[in-house]
Design a protein around this ligand. Structure first.
Ligand code: HSE
Length: 436
């Protein structure tokens, strides 16, 4: 039987899942490929920890070059994560004519252009389904059966760690730190969990989605990115009172020759399907001009779902190798040379509805002054709540606005925060409740 030989860089949680899958489902994969997948080399700095999966003797090495420079290896699977040494290893593998499968969203979001160009020069494939949405085949869907559409919006819950934390805070009133620890134990979190909770991991994934949906190169630094650290139980409870849930949302919208690209906690109506995406599950809602809205849902993190996406890419490349064809689809789904550069709209120019929470001294005239400033900046109030006076010195006033320009909202908040009755910095959360 023919063989496709694999080299695996990084024997951590996902790498272990890949070895487990290739071993456990070997005969299924043979039935589908007519060839055997051979894990020829696995490289990791730690070659002593027992991962609970068996490798043939001599496969595990601490020297990545034994794999990168092995002429027998057809496909290199990069699961180290981060920028370096992952980037150097991937470029070396490409230079040596190997196809690449990676789950590394940080690497592709920042250095994708360089890697795709190197792959084009050598005629090798770069697939990265596991980089966005764990086990959800969203990138294949965009490049494949949805390729005939002009996309107008892409919304995503793309980080399992954040979604798990927000879900536990919402359902159980759980403490942020304790839930984060649990997410790390479950293998959802990045090596550095600040990438998760500060929204950076979500922004990496949005960057990849935007490139595929809109055929544009994106400067990752231009994506407005906020994490979930500022979300408190009080906001979660007010959201519930108004009929919303708070999710860390990645938002991409096409607006002529510009796009919106932002990651931030967002209130969405409880009756939206996205609001039911809980725990480590992810979902991506795409809108195409012909297909309309499509939502893809599944496990967005963890060993086995992510391994499923990685090995799915290995199968795709293996089929091409076996059929003697390559690069049927360019890495971003657009022909080389057809990628544009659409500008990202500055965050101040976006138009949204807002949840505004003010912490104020409870005394006459306060509400009138807040409403006056909002009016001065053309911000129209949709509804409001002021909770009953308590023994505490301050009380919250919550205002939901109609659509307003972000720059106006920020200026109004700055003006309001200078009043002496304000007890702490005012808080805003954007609302997304008008989906096409
Ligand atoms: N840290 C990521 C998450 C893993 O929590 O979703 C999957 O990319």
């Amino acid at each position: 039987m023919k063989e496709i030989r694999l080299g695996l860089l990084g024997f951590g949680t996902i790498g272990t899942g890949v070895v487990k899958l290739v071993t456990q489902n070997a005969s299924l994969l043979e039935d589908k490929l007519g060839a055997r997948l051979i894990m020829k080399r696995v490289a990791d700095l730690d070659i002593t920890t027992d991962r609970g999966v068996a490798l043939a003797p001599g496969v595990l090495t601490s020297n990545a070059h034994e794999l990168l420079d092995d002429p027998e290896i057809d496909i290199v699977i990069e699961l180290i994560g981060g920028y370096e040494p992952a980037k150097s290893f991937v470029l070396r593998a490409i230079e040596n004519g190997k196809h690449i499968v990676t789950a590394n969203k940080a690497l592709l979001a920042v250095h994708g252009g360089e890697i795709y160009a190197a792959a084009a020069r050598k005629g090798v494939e770069v697939l990265y389904e596991a980089a966005v949405g764990g086990g959800i085949p969203v990138l294949s869907a965009i490049k494949g059966n949805m390729a005939a559409n002009n996309f107008t919006t892409v919304l995503g819950i793309l980080n399992g760690t954040c979604n798990y934390i927000l879900t536990k805070m919402t359902q159980e009133g759980a403490d942020f730190g304790a839930v984060l620890k649990k997410a790390q134990e479950l293998g959802y979190a990045e090596a550095d969990p600040t990438f998760d909770i500060e929204g950076i991991d979500t922004a990496h994934k949005l960057c990849i989605l935007l490139s595929l949906c809109f055929g544009t190169s994106i400067d990752f630094k231009d994506i407005h990115t906020e994490g979930i650290c500022s979300i408190s139980a009080i906001d979660i409870n007010f959201a519930r009172e108004f009929g919303y849930k708070i999710k860390l949302l990645a938002i991409g919208k096409r607006d002529g020759e510009r796009i919106e690209a932002r990651v931030h906690p967002t209130m969405i109506p409880v009756n939206y399907p996205l609001a039911d995406v809980d725990g480590a599950f992810n979902a991506i809602r795409l809108t195409g001009d012909f297909v309309g809205p499509v939502m893809l849902y599944g496990r967005g993190a963890g060993m086995e779902p992510t391994a499923s996406a990685v090995v799915g890419d290995v199968v795709e490349i293996s089929r091409n190798i076996l059929a003697g064809i390559g690069r049927r689809t360019a890495p971003l789904g657009y022909l080389d040379g057809r990628i544009r550069t659409l500008a990202i709209k500055p965050i101040g120019e976006i138009v949204s509805k807002y949840y505004l929470r003010f912490s104020v001294m409870d005394k006459p005239g306060v509400l009138a002054k807040i409403a006056g400033e909002l009016g001065r900046y053309s911000i129209s109030i949709e509804s409001m709540i002021q909770t009953a006076r308590s023994a505490q010195e301050s009380v919250p006033i919550v205002i939901m606005t109609h659509e307003a320009r972000e720059m106006d909202v920020r200026q109004a908040l700055t003006a309001i925060d200078s009043f002496d009755f304000i007890r702490e910095k005012s808080n805003l959360i954007r609302i997304e409740d008008n989906l096409e």
